[in-house]
Design a protein around this ligand. Sequence first.
Ligand code: F6P
Length: 350
Amino acid sequence: MCTFNTLLKAEHLTEFICRFNIMSNKKVTKIGILCSGGDSPGMNAAIRAAVRTGLHYGLEVFGIMRGYSGMLEDDIFKMESRSVANIIQRGGTVLKTARCMEFYEHEGRKKGYENLRKRGIDGLVIIGGDGSFRGAQTFSNEFDIPCVGLPGTIDKDIAGTDFTIGFDTAVNTAVEAIDKIRDTADSHDRLFVIEVMGRDAGYIALHSGIATGAENILIPERKTYIDDIIQSLQEKEKRKKLVNLIIVAEGDDFGGGDEVAKYIKQKMPQLEVRLCILGHIQRGGTPTCMDRLIASRMGYHAVECLVEGKHNVFVGIQNNRMNYTPLNEAVKKKQRINEEWLKIVKILAT
Ligand code: F6P
């Protein structure tokens, strides 16, 4: 039955499609898959899903090694169902990944296009972050190759999706490490400053900090008032609370874990302060069930997009439903920090 609501939705859909020019009648027959930017756990599950869905729809599927670099260097190979056997549980990416400077130049992109053209590749699945999507958008504008993105980054810094592939694993890795650090903090009455990744986003810090009961969480999205932290540490010291975990996102405006630890040591030399930078352990390892699941769903839907003629979007999941955001929109927006979460940190960390 056609209700007002469905009419309204259809109207919006048409407006959306016209505004962003995301539909095309071009029939895709051969697709290339690549990973770009930093690796993230779950990328292999996404590759597997895209390859097998492509084959299911009768497409020829090609793997492109080391992201856009492999496209430029013609490091491209045909993939079959067996090419992606036994990889769903593996971290990293079997296609390898890289950040490619040459792809920023028109000449570089043209070289990549020529390599696709000689094989007849007429659609691309790009697994990466917002920088990779920016490259895909420019490439598609120039050479009319439909591109569909999958958000693969531990940073979760892309609007239009509640999850990015790899975030859940990275957070769980951080939580496991922080729990272990707490044992030592507790045994020795120490204050630990723990720096987590996230580039200029604070999601890994916020999620892992709340989940481990950290006393303070410093994120790039908010100014760090370091003297307020000192004051609260002094109050806690009076109450004989000496165990403290301070989670610092690497992009925090005070300068990251190193600077925070130094400042606290200088202001409160009586405390035993230790710094631990978790670093790249957050990028590797076996993907969690959650990451495998979203990667599989997203990989499947990315190929469906290409088959249906929906191009230059990235596939996200919002409120457990698939969501398609134009690639150029993903570039502009960042996710917003939930104010309530910050309030929870304050109330619980007493
Ligand atoms: O984007 C993922 C990420 O791990 C960030 O959290 C971090 O800032 C950056 O990549 C590190 O990059 P690299 O591995 O090149 O040092």
